[in-house]
Ligand binder design. Structure first.
Ligand code: ATP
Length: 291
C-alpha cells in the first residue's frame, strides 16, 4: 500500500465539568465526548524520508506547527519505521470552533500511518502516542461516545449514542480556549453536569433525557463575554430543539433534535444569518460508514 485516505470526524461535548486547577496549569475535567459525521479528509502517502504537509485552509499552518505533522513526527519517533510521509488535509471541520478539528486530523495521521506501515503499533501504543500530542487526540483514535477524565486523556468507553440529529452553528468570532480557562471561576459554578445521570440517559438511548442533562461549565465564561451565544441557544429552542449547548470552549453552539425535519427547519433559519451551519448526526465508535 502506497497511500491511504481517511475520514476524520469532529466531536461535540455532551457535557463538560471542570473539577480543579492543577499545579501544572492544566485542569482536571470530566466530560462526555461524542463523534459526529462532519469529517476532514486526510490523505497520507508513503515517502522514503521526511514529512511534508499540505492544507489549503486559511489559518491552518502548512509546516511542523500543524498538529497532524506533529502526529507523524511522533509516530516515526515511537516506531521502528524509518520512512516518511506526505500528508494532505481537506478541512471540512471549521477551525478553532470547539469541534476538535486539529485533534481528529492528528488521530487520523496516527491511524493511517500505522495501517500504511503494516500495523506495526498496537492500539494501546497508538493511544499512548496520541496522549503526548494533545488531550483530545486520544479520544479521536476510537471516537464514538466516551467519558474523558484527568486532563481529558483518561478515557472510558460508553454505549454509542448514535444517529441523533444535531445542528451546529459556528459564529465567525474566535474564542481562545486559554482565555476561557483563565477566567473560569470554579468556586462560582452552580450548574454542573450530573455526569452519571447523563451516562444512564445515554445508556438508555433516551434522547430527550440526554438533551435535558447536557451542561458545559465553560459557557459561564464564553456566554458572558459573547451574549450572541445565548441568543443562538434561545433561537435553537424557538426552532424546536430539545436543548442547545456550547461545544468545547466555543464558539460553536449545537442543538439536539427529535427528528431530521425539525433539524433541517432550524438549519434553514440559521443559514439566513450564519455561513457555518451544519446538519449532522452523531456516530458510533469506529463507524463503518466512515472508517
Ligand atoms: P478543540 O475543540 O480540541 O479545542 P478547536 O476545534 O477549538 O479544538 P482546532 O480547529 O483543532 O480548534 O485548532 C485550532 C488551532 O490549531 C488553530 O490555531 C490552527 O491554526 C491550529 N492547527 C494546527 N493544526 C491544525 C489542523 N490540522 N487543523 C486545524 N487547526 C490546526
Amino acid at each position: 500500500m502506497k497511500g491511504i485516505t481517511l475520514l476524520s470526524p469532529a466531536k461535540i461535548n455532551l457535557s463538560i465539568d471542570v473539577l480543579e486547577k492543577l499545579p501544572n496549569g492544566y485542569h482536571s475535567v470530566e466530560m462526555i465526548m461524542q463523534s459526529i459525521n462532519l469529517c476532514d479528509i486526510v490523505t497520507i502517502e508513503k515517502r522514503y524520508g521526511g514529512i511534508t504537509i499540505n492544507c489549503e485552509e486559511p489559518y491552518v499552518p502548512n509546516d511542523r506547527r500543524n498538529i497532524a505533522y506533529k502526529a507523524a513526527e511522533a509516530f516515526f519517533a515511537h516506531s521502528p519505521v524509518r520512512g516518511g510521509a506526505h500528508i494532505s488535509i481537506k478541512k471540512n471541520i471549521p477551525v478553532s470552533a470547539g469541534l476538535g478539528g486539529g485533534s481528529t486530523d492528528a488521530a487520523g495521521v496516527l491511524k493511517g500511518l500505522n495501517q500504511l506501515y503494516g500495523n506495526i503499533l498496537s492500539r494501546s501504543q497508538l493511544l499512548k502516542i496520541a496522549g503526548t500530542i494533545g488531550a483530545d487526540v486520544s479520544f479521536c483514535i476510537d471516537g464514538g461516545t466516551q467519558l474523558a477524565r484527568g486532563i481529558g486523556d483518561e478515557l472510558t468507553r460508553l454505549p454509542d449514542f448514535e444517529n441523533v440529529d444535531i445542528v451546529l452553528v459556528k459564529p465567525s468570532f474566535p474564542i481562545s480556549t486559554s482565555y476561557v480557562y483563565r477566567h473560569l471561576k470554579l468556586e462560582d459554578l452552580t450548574d454542573r453536569p450530573d455526569t452519571s445521570g447523563l451516562i444512564d440517559a445515554i445508556t438508555g438511548m433516551d434522547i430527550p433525557a440526554v438533551a435535558k442533562k447536557m451542561r458545559n461549565v465553560l459557557e459561564t465564561v464564553s456566554v458572558s463575554k459573547y451574549p450572541e451565544l445565548k441568543t443562538i441557544m434561545e433561537r435553537f429552542m424557538d426552532y424546536g430543539a430539545l436543548a442547545a449547548r456550547m461545544s468545547g470552549s466555543g464558539p460553536t453552539i449545537f442543538g439536539v433534535f427529535e427528528n431530521p425535519e425539525k433539524a433541517l427547519f432550524a438549519k434553514e433559519k440559521f443559514l439566513k444569518d450564519y455561513k457555518n451551519v451544519y446538519y449532522v448526526k452523531t456516530i458510533g465508535r469506529g463507524d463503518k460508514t466512515l472508517w
